[in-house]
Design a protein around this ligand. Sequence first.
Ligand code: S3P
Length: 199
Amino acid sequence: MTGDPSQPSPVAPDPLNVVLIGFMGCGKTTVGALLAQQLGFAFVDMDHLIVKKAGVSIPRIFQERGEAGFRALESEVLEELCQTTRRSVISTGGGVVTVPENLPRLRRLGYVIWFNLPEDVLFERISRNQDRPLLHTPDPRRTVSELLQKRLPLYSAAADLEADLTGLTPHEAAYGLAETVRVHFAGAPAEAEPPPLRP
Ligand code: S3P
């Protein structure tokens, strides 16, 4: 993992976390939960923690505090995770990279994997639910396009690894990623190792 040895880390030097980033609908939560199972890690969903902290739903947070208020909460939760979390797979919200201070936080938190999927696939998946306030616009397709163009360079800058999961089922994606993560964390203490295969 990359890291500046001159910067003190608030937790153990290598927290052995996997941090999933990417646009809404890219599968961070579904694949992330399966990946955590495969690795024997805990699964943490940042959106869930934000809702818990605020005591209201995400659409309600946007309504009451605006996007800036949501980003402030999201950044606080991310900083808290940096202080406390180890051996976990963390699914972030798609806009976490839009706050510049969050890029070093993501990298401090763990091994950052970006799920990069084609725009059409993302839009098709996102249109299945209405829980994303940023897409409550007259032309959601165009909004997705514009947000994605702005965010692509940010995901790229934040990521240690870009994963193309096109055409894979969530189980296939999680299985392949678990192998990659094990190689990345090779040399870590034994509890990070996968359980032995049963005949
Ligand atoms: C957002 C993505 C959402 C959620 C919020 C804002 C964004 O999370 O954090 O609606 O700005 O892209 P998912 O990426 O899990 O949908």
